[in-house]
Ligand binder design. Structure first.
Ligand SMILES: [Zn+2]
Length: 239
């Protein structure tokens, strides 16, 4: 998903809510091209489609959403827009990109129940990352890496098996660097309920230049819950 810069964000915010709703309606329901949307709507100037593009991307949609909401009404879009927190969206766009793009969100967009689920899910992840950076004091729980570009929100219970609440529950995630996220995601390391690190016999730690002397640093809040840790151990054959 494209992130908007400050200039484009300000442009979108300068548009009346009705115009933003019409742009989304044309694109999401009717599949009108960005350039044609600019021709149809008097409030937009013709700028090779980028004005329409900015509105669409500001709300978290992209080309994949084109004409994907056949049952959408203009009223529903307008009502939804009134409930979107623009400041949070702006913060989301201006935040540095997630180190690991979350391509694994599955959506059934065509039912149109909540057209803003995509952006809400992304915002939820962004907020979760902020909470984890705070809880783990911006440091990998398994080593001393502190560069935010190398730190990842690592899910404990498998994303696809987690409920919507579990996905954004800070106790179901650990702040890890890219290396330790990789080891944890593949199950090469896991954790006991007492936060002792477990090492998979299926991974050659020494051969990869890694020593088995990791200690888990507890977060100042929302430590991983035993139920989630158990799910990770079971999935990766530790029990
Ligand atoms: Zn680490």
């Amino acid at each position: 998903m494209a992130k908007l810069d400050k200039r484009r964000i300000n442009f979108v915010k300068s548009l009346p809510i009705d115009v933003r709703a019409q742009v989304l309606y044309e694109f999401l329901k009717k599949g009108t091209s960005n350039r044609n949307i600019e021709r149809i709507l008097n409030e937009l100037a013709e700028e090779d489609g980028w004005q329409a593009w900015a509105v669409i991307h500001f709300y978290g949609f992209d080309g994949d959403s084109k004409a994907k909401y056949p049952t959408l009404t203009l009223k529903r879009i307008r009502d939804s827009l009134l409930n979107v927190n623009v400041e949070e969206l702006e913060e989301f766009h201006l935040a540095p990109s997630e180190a690991k793009p979350s391509s694994n969100i599955t959506l059934t967009e065509s039912d149109g129940k909540d057209v803003f689920r995509t952006i809400k899910a992304r915002q939820g992840q962004y907020k979760l990352r902020k909470v984890l950076l705070h809880n783990y004091e911006s440091k990998c729980a398994m080593c001393n890496i502190t560069d935010p570009k190398l730190l990842i929100t690592s899910h404990i219970k498998t994303w696809s098996k987690s409920s919507a609440e579990e996905r954004v529950n800070p106790s179901n995630s650990i702040l890890l660097c890219r290396l330790h996220d990789g080891l944890f995601e593949h199950g090469f390391i896991s954790l006991t309920d007492d936060y002792n690190v477990l090492y998979s016999p299926n991974f050659d730690f020494e051969g990869q230049g890694l020593t088995k002397n990791l200690t888990f640093t507890l977060p100042i809040s929302d430590p991983p819950l035993p139920a989630f840790l158990k799910a990770h151990r079971v999935k990766h054959g530790y029990e």
